[in-house]
Design a protein around this ligand. Structure first.
Ligand SMILES: Nc1nc2c(c(=O)[nH]1)N(C=O)[C@@H](CNc1ccc(C(=O)N[C@@H](CCC(=O)O)C(=O)O)cc1)CN2
Ligand SMILES: Nc1nc2c(ncn2[C@@H]2O[C@H](COP(=O)(O)OP(=O)(O)OP(=O)(O)O)[C@@H](O)[C@H]2O)c(=O)[nH]1
Ligand SMILES: [Mg+2]
Length: 452
């Protein structure tokens, strides 16, 4: 029989409340042993989803007053009997309550063990379990919405439909293998089969395409502000985050280290990086800053390449642009409030948006350009995969499907095609956990926090 586990579901920090969860066959009984209900009604006699107020007592010592929520199998998060103890949010009180539960026979839960039990009891599949962790870790409301949709099973349903279609095709292949003479029957043709395999491939490929967006959404998007010294990068940084984050002076070479801050655009977290103006310099400190600025350009998801419109475009900026143009970027002409400089040699790259970081002019256009470039429309599409594991499953399935399709085109035996097709179905069963090894499960749940 499963053991009863206990853990704190809230962080170990001073807070209004802390919640301790128990799950397993003895959860309600163990909670009852350390709880004196004011009503006098024993916890073990309560129906599920009923709460009781009272005090927590262990070894004759009052630990706290609090509330216990009773949940009864199978109607609970884990599908087992559960009890949730709400106490005051003092870490030492929570620790004493957990210790008291352990004395009464509960075992401290391992990372992700509650969700693992929910998975084992069929409350959620593996993709949904991962979505629970993603929901907790999501930065920005758009990532949280996408994770919640996965928690509700949006991705699982999509994978289920693709699996059904592929399994149906596999069954047809098996049938032909057994009765080859029926291969020519008009209802089921090689062409028809290829058609449904192609359709499945299209859906898998759409999932793969969404991986990058899903990932960016989950982690937030890094946006480096780069350019020559004094063009107004730090002024733009401060304008975008709405506070005085970076130092601004009229001295070229003011910013040295990379300065970071976050803002939300349409619920998507942008990680802004203000960088040192890039130029050749003899100053040792500035050299390091320039190196870091170049690294930010090379590693960020998007570069805002800032020019000062009021002075000529320089050869140095031209060579910097060679670096920038390899990356997703926008060219911004700043200081639009000043008269524009006469056109110069070398000619500047085409400008995406004219702004004045100083006055705030053009910031709406900049937001629109950001939305366009980042493809934030994708956040509406809730079938995004965000985990590397899920991507690898989808990708392996797609490769195997490609092999099946070309093998069928080249006229391999139906038996052989059937074997290849099974290779496309397997990874999808691994994604939802219908067929996942203990190693895969361990890998997934070990990344959870304790108490989840
Ligand atoms: N107090 C509390 N709040 C919480 C959680 C929790 O465990 N405890 N959750 C933890 O993640 C999240 C909610 N997730 C939950 C998911 C399923 C069930 C549950 O009891 N499911 C039953 C249905 C019960 C019914 O039909 O009334 C079931 O699936 O059978 C509970 C919480 C967020 N808020
Ligand atoms: N008129 C005008 N001045 C601006 C604008 N943006 C920035 N400036 C001025 O330009 C100067 C340099 O601004 P910063 O934001 O420090 O420039 P930076 O690119 O961060 O410079 P470094 O950190 O040295 O690379 C300051 O005097 C700002 O006030 C603008 O839109 N219009
Ligand atoms: Mg600066």
């Amino acid at each position: 029989m499963e053991q009863t586990i206990v853990a704190c579901g809230t962080p170990s920090a001073v807070s209004a409340l802390a919640v301790i969860r128990l799950s397993g066959p003895r959860a309600i009984e163990i909670a009852g042993r350390i709880f004196r209900p004011v009503s006098g009604r024993e916890l073990t006699s309560l129906p599920g989803y009923r709460a009781s107020y009272g005090e927590f007592v262990s070894r004759g010592e009052r630990i706290d007053e609090g509330i216990v929520l009773v949940l009864r199998a199978p109607k609970s998060y884990t599908g087992e009997d559960m009890a949730e103890l709400s106490c005051h949010g003092n870490p030492s009180i929570a620790a004493r309550l957990i210790a008291a539960c352990v004395r009464e026979g509960a075992r401290p839960a391992a990372a992700g063990e509650f969700t693992r039990r929910a998975f084992e009891n069929g409350k959620l599949d593996l993709a949904q379990a991962e979505a629970v962790a993603e929901l907790i870790g999501a930065e920005g409301s758009a990532a949280a919405s996408a994770a919640l949709a996965r928690r509700d099973g949006a991705l699982s349903r999509e994978i289920g439909e693709i699996t059904d279609a592929l399994s149906y095709a596999a069954a047809e292949l098996a049938m032909w293998g057994d009765y080859p003479e029926e291969e020519d029957s008009p209802a089921v043709t090689r062409e028809g089969l290829l058609c449904s395999l192609e359709a499945g491939r299209g859906r898998l490929s759409a999932l793969c395409d969404g991986y990058h967006s899903g990932r960016m959404l989950q982690k937030g998007i890094s946006v480096a502000i780069a350019g020559s010294p004094n063009v107004g990068k730090s002024t733009l940084m401060n304008r975008l985050c709405g506070r005085d984050r970076s130092i601004v002076t009229e001295i070229a070479g003011t910013t040295r280290d990379v300065v970071e801050d976050t803002v939300e655009l349409d619920g998507v977290l942008l990680r802004l990086l203000d960088t040192a103006g890039i130029r050749p310099t003899g100053d040792a400190v500035e050299q390091i800053g320039v190196l870091r600025a170049k690294q930010a350009v090379e590693t960020s998801d998007l570069v805002l390449f800032l020019l000062d419109r009021s002075r000529p475009f320089t050869g140095e900026e031209r060579s910097l642009y060679e670096l920038v143009k390899e990356r997703p970027h926008l060219v911004l002409a700043n200081k639009a409030d000043l008269p524009a400089a006469k056109q110069s040699f070398p000619p500047p790259p085409s400008v995406d948006v004219e702004i004045s970081a100083g006055t705030g002019e053009g910031m709406e256009e900049l937001s629109r350009a950001l939305r366009r470039t980042l493809g934030l429309r994708l956040t509406q599409d809730h079938c995004l995969i965000a985990s590397e594991r899920q991507y690898s499953c989808v990708h392996r399935s797609m490769r195997a499907l490609d092999e099946t399709i070309s093998a069928l085109r080249e006229g391999v035996t139906l038996d052989a095609a059937g074997v290849l097709l099974d290779g496309a179905i397997g990874p999808l069963a691994e994604l939802t956990g219908r067929q996942a090894s203990e190693a895969v499960l361990e890998q997934v749940f070990s990344h959870f926090c304790v108490g989840k």
